[in-house]
Design a protein around this ligand. Structure first.
Ligand code: ADP
Ligand code: ASP
Ligand code: MG
Length: 813
């Protein structure tokens, strides 16, 4: 004998019922079969809504009743040949009349008891099972319909009745032993108490009906037919990459379903586990798929955990007080108070200091829990031994489930590490000594992110998703997007990173797309975006709460730089191409570094010095490995280098500067380069990274620019330089006459930094420095005479973009 249960979606409409019928017809060919049917999808909810509306005196229940009737009548008409419809139609009519009578009664009395609610809720299964039975019969498949209420006897706990197994098993055994036939159709969910009053087994209880019957008749298997191809590693509505679990133990299935994986109603497992009956979870819409088999014994699958699930609408109750320390009996009294009020405790933790006990309950029960607990501890509260019960609502529990966690140290470390990196605050933790479940209480808003992060951490053999937000899509930004687009496949295949750009902005527009912006046409899409408002942009990045979020600033904007702290505080890594933050007041730079450490994310700005050259990374590596920086000498301005390499007095100085700007080497305002300010910022950043607390006004700058060039607009600046051509020519000819070259050099030594134009003789490391190259010489304890040299192109959109790209990948991993 086998038991097949069809869930709400599997019997939601005629098309689906026909799929179920085909499955049933195949099944009967093999073995004697019992079919348990759920109500048509959504009907139980509507029935309960009708009752609730009627009780509130809201006449809208009548409309809903009509909907219920319509849906069933239409179904009969679609499923059963006209000639044979009448008896089923009248049965539907009759039941709907009863439902209406009950609702009218509720409406008149404005009273709805749990008992009446069960009576109402049960109609869904009674109707669906009748219709399916008739459909099979008229289709030539003989079967008997049997009312489950005559077989399953329960307590009178309406809404979640407890089964009297001895009587129930006997009744079921007797019926199926004596009743002839190969196919039986029964309503799920409904039962009756010892007085014959209709009860229900709890929402989702049709699974339980199937298990109760299967255990009683010692069936060969139970098949739960639903709308997914088995139990999955996580709720597929939350995790796009959830995978079907082919084999799972009874215990694991129980833990997973307890923690919110809806697929199976948790009490279902118990009766079949005792009889070692395998349970298959199968997909009505893909019957050929393997599905999940739940059976005894755990199957090793290489992963120590089997699935991740969550329950929302949780409240955390904390009982705290110094009066509890070392005194036995406090927890007993707390749990007694909760139990007496029929409040179910979902999770318990107590710190070993015994200073507090913390329990999680359903949100709806929180107020009642406070009430009964404060009463139970009234004396202790009055005498200050304990505090009144603290409650916090709006929380959720996320749980890792797996039999094999036992033998794998480090699972919880990995779990909380991954959550920490994503800025998920854990409110309470519980791990049972069975080591089959680790649960964490977190804010509801973090659930989706957390489940996805954990899924990637424990299951993703495919890839990890990185979500990028980019401000600034000018010269460098647009190259960056181009490089990202080109490398997306490589990153996914080789680094297992799925990099998605989910937000971009320029000074005018901003654009978001959680699925990833199509990088082949980001320009057009951005055109159509919303108007850019920086606070809104930052708030959206924070509010989206996406896992592995990285923010890249490719602007030169002060306000964007001033927002990094808000992002880091949400554990969102920041990659700055913008130099403003690192070269602003030391305090802000330090704050950002500290925040990144505190919130477990990264603040990276390699391109602040030498564009794509590995200068800051090299400096950090030296320091981390225990070296000391004694002196830095550097040519750090791609622009100035380009200008002095190309200026020979033939073309005007201003026109060479213009060329540098046109080729994209300068800052948006070229005066920052020409004045030496940009070089000051860079040497200061290096000094700060080397551990020096340095500010801009402490850096000496021997500027070569005449003061007249530095006022007014950028256009004024070019005009003024033309006028000062003689000054620039003199600088050049003096150097040339001495056999030297002009270089703008930065130097840091003994806590002091200085920048300025120098005559460089042919022996110098700086002499052979062409184009827009940068060079940095690190003199350290390990490199005392021959410095460590980093040299190469230090400006340009393409190399800068590639530097930002490298930082992004670093932050994403
Ligand atoms: P039925 O109506 O057939 O009883 P349910 O709605 O009770 O179906 O359960 C199936 C649904 O459970 C699926 O559609 C899926 O969205 C959800 N679900 C939640 N967690 C999981 C999980 N871990 N594996 C599979 N499905 C899950
Ligand atoms: N129809 C009932 C419910 O929705 C039982 C079930 O479908 O399992 O809760
Ligand atoms: Mg269900």
């Amino acid at each position: 004998m086998q038991v097949l249960k069809f869930g709400g979606t599997s019997v939601a409409n005629a098309e689906n019922i026909n799929k179920a019928v085909a499955i049933i017809q195949q099944a009967v060919k093999k073995e004697k079969t019992i079919v348990v049917a759920s109500a048509l999808g959504g009907i139980t909810d509507i029935l309960l809504q009708c009752a609730a509306l009627a009780a509130e005196g809201d006449e809208q229940y009548k409309e809903k009743l009509l909907q219920i009737e319509q849906r069933h009548l239409e179904l009969v008409k679609a499923l059963i040949p006209v000639a044979q419809q009448s008896s089923v139609l009248s049965l539907v009519k009759k039941s709907c009349n009863e439902i209406e009578d009950i609702c009218n009664g509720i409406f008149l009395l404005r009273e709805l008891s749990a008992r009446t609610r069960d009576r109402m809720a049960g109609y869904g299964e009674l109707l669906s099972s009748r219709i399916i039975s008739a459909r099979l019969k008229t289709g030539g498949t003989a079967n008997s319909w049997k009312d489950s209420r005559e077989l399953i006897s329960t307590t009178s706990d309406f809404g979640h009745a407890g089964v009297y197994f001895t009587v129930t098993n006997q009744q079921i055994k007797n019926y199926f032993a004596t009743e002839p036939g190969e196919l039986f159709i029964l309503p799920g969910f409904v039962a009756s108490d010892l007085n014959g009053i209709t009860t229900t087994l709890g929402r989702g209880g049709s699974d339980y009906t199937a298990a109760i019957i299967a255990a009683a008749v010692e069936a060969s298997a139970v098949e739960i037919w639903t709308d997914v191809s088995g139990m999955m590693t996580a709720d597929p509505r939350l995790v796009a990459n959830a995978r079907v679990i082919p084999h799972i133990s009874y215990q694991e299935a129980m833990e997973l379903s307890h923690f919110g994986a809806k697929v199976i109603y948790p009490p279902t497992i118990q009766p079949v586990m005792r009889k070692k009956i395998p349970v298959w979870v199968k997909n009505t819409f893909a019957p050929e798929a393997h599905g999940t088999v739940i059976e005894s014994g755990s199957v090793r699958n290489g992963s120590s955990i089997r699935g991740i699930s969550s329950i929302s609408k949780i409240a955390l109750l904390s009982l705290e007080g110094s009066g509890m320390v070392g005194i036995p009996g406090f927890s007993k009294r707390l749990f007694e108070a909760l139990a007496n009020a029929a409040i179910n405790v979902i999770l318990i933790t107590q710190s070993s200091s015994e200073h507090s006990i913390c329990v999680a309950v359903e949100d709806d029960f929180a107020d009642k829990a406070k009430d009964v607990t404060d009463k139970a501890f009234a004396w202790e509260i009055e005498t200050g031994k304990v505090e009144p019960l603290a409650i916090e609502k709006g929380l959720a529990i996320v749980a890792l489930v797996g039999d094999n966690m036992k033998s794998h140290p480090g699972v919880s470390g990995k779990m909380f590490g991954a959550m920490g990196k994503n800025g998920v605050n854990v409110r309470a933790i519980a791990q049972g000594s069975s080591e089959r479940n680790i649960s964490a209480v977190i804010a509801t808003g973090d659930v989706k992110k957390t489940i996805n992060v954990l899924h990637e951490e424990f299951f993703e053999t495919t890839y990890k998703q990185v979500n990028l937000f980019i401000t600034g899509v000018g010269n460098v930004g647009s190259r960056l997007l181009g490089q990202l687009r080109q490398q997306q496949r490589y990153l996914q295949e080789n680094l297992l990173l799925q990099v998605r750009v989910v937000g971009i902005a320029n000074s005018k527009k901003m654009l978001f797309n959680d699925e990833g912006i199509d990088l082949s046409k980001w320009k057009e899409l951005l055109q159509e975006g919303e108007p850019m408002r920086l606070p809104a942009f930052i708030e959206t990045v924070r509010g989206k709460n996406l896992r592995n979020s990285v923010f890249a600033d490719v602007t030169a904007n002060d306000a964007v730089a001033a927002s990094y702290d808000q992002l880091l505080q949400k554990s969102i890594s920041v990659v700055a191409c913008n130099k403003v933050a690192c070269s602003s007041a030391y305090e802000y730079y330090k704050k950002l570094k500290d925040l990144a450490r505190e919130y477990n994310c990264l603040f990276l700005f390699e391109t602040n010095v030498g564009a794509g050259l590995p200068i800051i990374g090299t400096l950090n590596d030296l320091l981390r490995s225990g070296d000391t920086i004694n002196k830095i000498q550097a040519v750090l301005s791609g622009t100035l280098n380009f200008v002095f390499n190309n200026y020979d007095g033939k073309k005007s100085f201003a026109s060479v500067v213009r060329q540098a700007q046109d080729e994209g080497y300068t800052e948006p305002d070229p005066r920052l380069d020409l004045s030496g300010t940009d070089v000051m910022r860079k040497i200061m950043i290096l000094a700060r990274e080397a551990g020096e607390k340095l500010e801009m006004d402490q850096i000496a700058n021997a500027s070569f620019m005449p003061a007249s060039c530095m006022t007014g607009s950028v256009d004024d600046f070019y005009a003024a330089m033309e006028k000062e051509e003689a000054h620039f020519k003199k600088l050049y000819t003096e150097a040339q006459a001495a056999g030297k070259k002009l270089k703008f050099v930065a130097r840091y030594e003994g806590g002091q930094a200085a920048v300025g134009l120098q005559h460089i003789d042919p022996q110098s490391d700086f002499y052979h420095l062409y184009g827009k190259d940068n060079v940095v010489l690190f003199y350290t304890n390990r490199y005392p005479e021959q410095p460590l040299v980093v040299k190469g192109a230090g400006a340009g959109a393409e190399v800068t973009a590639s530097g930002v790209f490298a930082d992004l990948v670093r932050a994403g991993r």
